[in-house]
Design a binder for this molecule. Sequence first.
Ligand SMILES: [Zn+2]
Length: 191
Amino acid sequence: MPVAHTHGVSFLFVSDHPALDFAATVAWRTTRPVELLGGPQDFARWAAEAGLVDRLETVSRADLISARALREAIHRLALAAAGGGPADPRDVARVRRAAAHPPVRPVLRDLGRVERRGGVREVLATLGAGAADLLGGPDRLLIRRCAGEPCTRLFLDRSRAGTRRWCSKRSCGSRVNAAAYRRRTQRHDHA
Ligand SMILES: [Zn+2]
């Protein structure tokens, strides 16, 4: 399936977990996949916007390929967790390898001021460690798929009743409701 690449998009952080937000940097996976990490600078920007690191100075093409490979492993594992399917041991090993490296360490400078310095390996280690905690622990049972097709974002359902349906009520929830409303009113017009 051809994958469209985009640059300069604004990233969404609505999955309630950095590893799931990372997995969502390919959008519309089942229909017309869009690669949001089209170039090394996109990954640098995503990592800073995600709050994982203050700045990623240099990201190479090879770094981007490693980042995408970790992302795809996390996505497949999270999807398996959401659907109750088996995990591919190669994906498990990839997350384990990423998490084996020291992560980005927060350095407290003052009240309200924390520095996060690191390179690509540290950022991937932070993501790998987060994914390990998520996928290895009970929160994996809270991973859901967004009901707002064609959105394929996974999120954590932390709602008390366990009834969260959309990655974001504002984008997917309102889009789905608007489409349902249009269908209802169109039927009404033709009646
Ligand atoms: Zn969605």
